[in-house]
Design a protein around this ligand. Structure first.
Ligand SMILES: [Zn+2]
Length: 316
């Protein structure tokens, strides 16, 4: 079987990990230096695909030194425990706030089930816990030298989740996990949408993080969903406008004191934003069924929290 693998910068490979069998949905990145790192690893049900894709690149799973997870959501980190069984020397680099959820995934799975529904959680596969001795909890600011020509830098990146990290590399790219939302390309067009599930979405914090990454002036953004955006400045501008749009939508609804009708407005907005993706039907459908619904809930919960803080006089 041929794998969808691209070399997106020197010795950096983008691998489609075929999340739940949908092509073009989830990307795992391999940084293939003297020491080797994966950035994100997909859910348990993608572990075999990841291992076979690595082998097709001539990399043995035993050679992987780090699995860096952008955050602990199951489609990014759920497969870490399973992969470690074939990667005896690998450490899982994870935000300190997410480490406990990989060690004991019960709460993580429960919260993901509420956000996305049991059907999809089952399709991600059973989450194998990661032993504490194999975790490297980080907070941002750490460097991971992989060899003479590459050092990865960890950047704390809250907003989508409080345990989110971005990772910069020396050729001008930044691995953005879900911090920036989702980016898909089709036939020379691209779609960008914000997908941040409850309970932790905070749009103001998302905007601060996007500014922080923008200040690094990246040339490329490596999206987990999905792929490499080479016009980084343009895409960051688009995402910033989108986040400001959502912030205004939330602020207006909260100041009117009415959240009803918001869901309809959100869905109409997302329909327009996702229009360039319509040619990829399976992907389009998955995004609507499992990701957009989680975002709608996340957004409404964010608005409810804002409304509550207004009532008790703690407006941010
Ligand atoms: Zn996520």
């Amino acid at each position: 079987m041929a794998f969808d693998i691209k070399e997106v910068a020197p010795d950096i490979f983008q691998i489609d990990d075929e999340v739940v069998g949908v092509p073009g949905l989830g990307a795992v990145y391999l940084v293939n230096e003297d020491r080797k790192a994966l950035v994100d690893c997909g859910p348990t049900s993608s572990a075999d695909t990841v291992i076979r894709a690595l082998k097709s690149l001539g990399v043995k799973p035993e050679e992987i030194d780090y699995i860096i997870v952008s955050h602990v959501h199951l489609d990014h980190a759920g497969g870490a425990g399973k992969l470690l069984e074939s990667m005896p020397r690998a450490k899982v680099v994870v935000h300190r706030r997410g480490a406990k959820h990989l060690e004991d995934p019960e709460k993580l799975v429960a919260s993901a089930t509420i956000a996305q529904g049991i059907e999809i959680i089952n399709r991600y596969g059973r989450v194998v816990p990661v032993a504490a001795s194999r975790l490297w909890p980080v907070v941002g600011g750490e460097s991971i030298p992989l060899g003479d020509s590459q050092t990865l830098k960890i950047i704390e990146a809250p907003g989508h989740a409080p345990h989110e990290l971005c990772v910069s590399e020396r050729y001008g790219g930044v691995f953005v996990g879900d911090t920036f939302g989702l980016y898909f390309e089709d036939s020379g067009r691209h779609a960008v949408i914000q997908v941040h599930p409850p309970p932790s979405l905070d749009i103001e914090v998302c905007l601060e993080t996007v500014e922080k990454i923008k200040d690094l002036r990246p040339e490329r953004l490596y999206f987990a969903h999905f792929g490499t955006a080479s016009q980084a400045g343009e895409v960051i501008g688009e995402i910033t406008r989108q986040l400001h749009g959502y912030l205004k939508l939330a602020q207006d609804a909260v100041s009117r004191g009415r959240l009803d009708g918001l869901e309809k407005v959100l869905r109409e907005r997302i329909t327009r934003e996702l229009e360039p993706l319509k040619g990829k039907l399976a992907l389009y459908q998955f995004v609507w069924d499992y990701l957009v619904s989680a975002f709608v809930e996340g957004f409404l919960e964010y608005c409810r929290k804002k409304q509550k803080s207004m009532i008790v006089g703690e407006v941010k």
